[in-house]
Design a protein around this ligand. Structure first.
Ligand code: NAD
Length: 460
């Protein structure tokens, strides 16, 4: 099939590459000329395991091309995916300007029946807006070309995006109950056939329910994280080990183990903005989502937890202190720094006079870019960040090591070497990577999240 992807970011590039991989003829469009030039030179603008190989293979087979030519791109596809960003507006609602601008391009250039797929995460009712914009454009050129707008929200996880797309848990598709909607249904069914071979994974529904499903899923996952973080805080206060509790409750199949880790807060491009957008939708309809308000508030506090533990240990004034930080990306296997907890920690430490040495396996360049913006108002703070190419280089002279991202490479360090390199053997583990007993045996002072029961027990 001929497919066009409008917006070649995380979601658009992975979608385009994976659809080309199963034999489709894909054109990926973007307004960012630099990104398209990079892709056309064989580069990959994001770090995503396995993506480079798929892109290279399908470019070589001429099933995948990249362009900024909207007219040619829109004409190319019989199915057009809108995969542009939907960042939060000032009031927390999803900013639909990019989605509607993509819709405008479609309306301007479409030449025959098109299925227009909202792949971006968009609030309930967006398909109606996309339809209206396309119709308006068609009217201005007196065209009666038919089309159908479909909702197909994306559930891929950064860091496992290719695997998630190729072997999805589920595919959610919302179509209109009209003849054009039925035509779109058939085309979408054919498109996703290769991903349903093992068993049927598609959930067909109406468009609004599909739009809502994505937000409800992310809100649920964010809720589990904030719930566990709140439990971890209480665990610290009452002398309970949150890891024991996690095993104890996760074994209940009604609860399950996924997304039950206490840590230093969630970040990324999706959970924070999607929770906010859902709250905003609720307010527009006279509802107040009390649970989600709390989820956000807990996460906001949680991002400060590691810094607060450090301040409790070393004092409010951190001038003269130096800390090592492992992990900058908001989660492992990505270089994405959007809403990353590391940014909050660095602001806390540097703002109190400390200096830091940081390492991340893949997010260093992106971190330099993002932190330059974060500290544009305070270049003297930025100057106190040293970027290290290997984790151990961050340690010498540090009063403590703080771990912010659970990269695999951090899980089994040489503790003897680590202890020898640090000025004082103290670890603040924002992802509960280490066993407090092993830390105690290694002579390391260990501060996890919700694990004080273990560390206190060892101290007595
Ligand atoms: P992104 O910022 O990485 O990519 C968006 C791309 O769209 C950019 O390259 C931008 O230049 C381009 N763009 C903007 N306006 C355009 C236009 N009018 N025409 C063509 N291109 C245009 O965003 P992303 O992370 O891929 O997210 C895209 C959508 O998918 C969002 O709604 C997001 O919430 C959702 N989503 C993201 C993830 C994720 O893990 N990143 C997962 C599921 C869903």
């Amino acid at each position: 099939m001929r497919i066009t992807i409008i917006g070649t970011g995380y979601v658009g590039l992975v979608t385009g590459a994976c659809l080309a991989e199963v034999g489709n003829d894909v054109c990926c469009l973007d307004v960012d000329q630099g990104k398209i030039d990079l892709l056309n030179r064989g580069g990959i603008p994001i770090f995503e395991p396995g993506l480079g190989d798929i892109v290279a293979r399908n470019r070589a087979a001429r099933r995948l091309k990249f362009s900024t030519d909207m007219a040619a791109g829109v004409t190319h596809g019989e199915i057009l995916f809108i995969a542009v960003g939907t960042p939060p507006d000032e009031d927390g609602s999803a900013d639909l300007q990019y989605v509607l601008s993509a819709a405008r391009s479609i309306g301007r250039y479409m030449n025959g029946f098109k299925v227009v797929v909202d792949k971006s995460t968009v609030p309930v009712g967006t398909a109606d807006k996309v339809r209206a914009v396309i119709q308006e454009e068609l009217r201005t050129r007196d065209s009666h070309t038919r089309f159908s707008v479909v909702s197909n929200p994306e559930f891929l996880k950064e860091g496992a995006a290719v695997e998630d797309f190729m072997r999805p848990d589920r595919i959610v598709i919302g179509c209109d109950n009209t003849p054009d909607g039925e035509h779109a249904h058939q085309l979408m069914k054919t498109l996703y056939m290769p991903f349903n071979r093992n068993h049927e994974r598609t959930f067909w529904m109406d468009v609004r329910s599909a739009e809502f499903t994505k937000y409800a899923a992310n809100a649920m996952l964010a809720t589990r994280i904030s719930f566990m973080n709140e439990m971890a805080d209480l665990a610290d206060a009452v002398g309970v080990d949150i890891e024991a509790v996690r095993h104890g409750i996760g074994s209940d199949p009604r609860i399950g183990y996924s997304f039950l880790y206490a840590g230093c807060g969630y970040g990324g491009s999706c959970f924070p903005k999607d929770v906010q957008a859902l709250e905003r939708t609720a307010r527009e309809h006279g509802r107040d989502l009390l649970i989600l308000r709390a989820v956000e508030e807990v996460n906001h506090q949680q991002k400060r937890v590691l810094g607060e533990k450090i301040i409790r240990r070393f004092g409010e004034d951190l001038s003269g202190h130096h800390f090592a930080v492992w992990g900058l990306a908001f989660k492992p296997n990505t270089n994405d720094m959007r809403e990353a907890p590391s940014r909050v920690l660095l602001r806390q430490l540097l703002g109190r006079g400390a200096s830091v040495a940081v390492h991340d396996p893949v997010a260093m360049e992106e971190a330099k870019r993002v932190l330059a913006i974060d500290f544009a108002d305070a270049p003297e703070l930025l100057a106190r960040i040293r970027f290290c190419d290997v984790p151990m280089d961050a340690l010498p002279g540090a009063d403590a090591l703080a771990i912010v991202t659970e990269w695999k490479a951090f899980r089994s360090p040489d503790f003897a070497a680590l202890k020898a390199a640090l000025k004082s053997p103290v670890i603040f583990d924002g992802r509960n990577l280490f066993d407090p007993q092993v830390m105690a045996d290694a002579g390391v002072e260990y501060h996890g999240i919700g694990r004080s029961a273990c560390t206190q027990a060892q101290a007595t």
